[in-house]
Design a protein around this ligand. Structure first.
Ligand code: MG
Length: 326
């Protein structure tokens, strides 16, 4: 909070919670500062979560919310082949709920500590409206190994890490369920509330010669289209090869799980294209962080700028192209 009694104490508490980086450049000055690394590319991303639009506090606890706010940003860095450095976090909150700030901060810090991220500043403001959290994350990458959306080439294979649809399946169960959640939903809820961004996989891709990647935050169909448009290539994806979250199949059935895998959001897996000659070494190298599933290819059969889905050789249209933020 920028004014009022007790705000110095809150900032001191947050500063203690977030800790001080080894170089001593933490919270406490007018602006955050850190040494600029020579020979590296600075990479920055920001993401805003608004209560009622992106989350509901009756479905998500504030600690998980803090985790997820940072995870979304870390996933964007992973998709660039970058590693995180420092973050600024701003929160707008109704003063009557200000005790939530420390819980959000605890969630942020637990993922920050796991990923080598230091939270070195931000802002807290009073707002009578919905809770809003903004994270601005700064990191770095090797400039010759950046992963970009515009680097897909004809003949590339299309791969992903992990399984898809788990988070969307959890959201579907939360929005439908009046009673207690089926214990079988636990892995889906974990994927929804505490996603693990694929930072290690992003490093593997970058170091093994992959040049094109995007993270799956808005659904596979939408992200594949982003890559096709940015690269000016056609992408064909075989729906039958899309790996589904087993618990989603168990609780929602094969058909619904598949639809959620194509159009649901917040998977935070990586979608990438690569030279077929890299397939074997990538499969081995990705073993430790999500594995590799080949879904399709970059091909002249599909017009440039389009991503097509086929099932048993026949084109299909996913119901929607993912969640569209405005
Ligand atoms: Mg992204």
């Amino acid at each position: 909070m920028t004014e009022g009694p007790g705000e110095f104490a809150l900032i001191a508490e947050l500063a203690a919670l977030f800790g001080t980086p080894p170089d001593g450049l933490g919270i406490g000055d007018d602006a955050a500062t850190w040494p600029a690394a020579t020979g590296t590319m600075a990479v920055a991303t920001t993401d805003m979560l608004v209560e009622g639009i992106h989350f509901r506090l009756d479905w998500t606890n504030p600690v998980d919310l803090g985790w997820k706010a940072l995870a979304a940003n870390l996933s964007d860095l992973a998709a660039m082949g970058a590693m995180p450095g420092r973050a600024l976090v701003s929160i707008a909150i109704d003063p009557a709920r200000r005790e939530l700030v420390l819980d959000v901060a605890r969630g942020l810090q637990s993922l920050a500590a796991l990923t080598g991220t230091w939270i070195v500043g931000g802002d807290t403001v009073r707002s009578p409206g919905p809770l809003v959290i903004n994270v601005a994350l700064f990191g770095q990458a090797n400039p010759s190994r950046l992963l970009r959306r515009d680097a897909a080439r004809a003949g590339d294979l299309v791969g992903i890490t992990g399984v898809l649809g788990a988070s969307a399946a959890a959201l579907a169960l939360l929005s439908e369920g009046a009673g207690p959640m089926d214990p079988a939903a636990a892995p889906l809820l974990a994927a929804h509330h505490r996603p693990h961004p694929r930072l290690a996989a992003g490093q593997v891709l970058a170091s093994h010669g992959v040049r094109c990647a995007i993270d799956i935050s808005d659904g596979l169909a939408s992200e594949a289209l982003h890559v096709a448009r940015a690269s000016g290539v056609g992408i064909e994806i075989d729906v039958g090869r899309v790996p589904l979250a087993p618990a989603a199949v168990e609780l929602l059935g094969d058909r619904r799980s598949r639809e959620l895998a194509l159009t649901g959001g917040e998977d935070y897996e990586l979608l990438f294209t690569f030279d077929p000659g890299l397939r074997v070494e990538l499969a081995t190298a990705l073993d430790a962080d999500g594995g590799l599933t080949v879904l399709g290819e970059v091909t002249d059969r599909v017009p440039p700028g389009d991503a097509r889905f086929v099932e048993d050789g026949q084109p299909i249209e996913p119901a929607e192209r993912g969640y569209v933020a405005f």
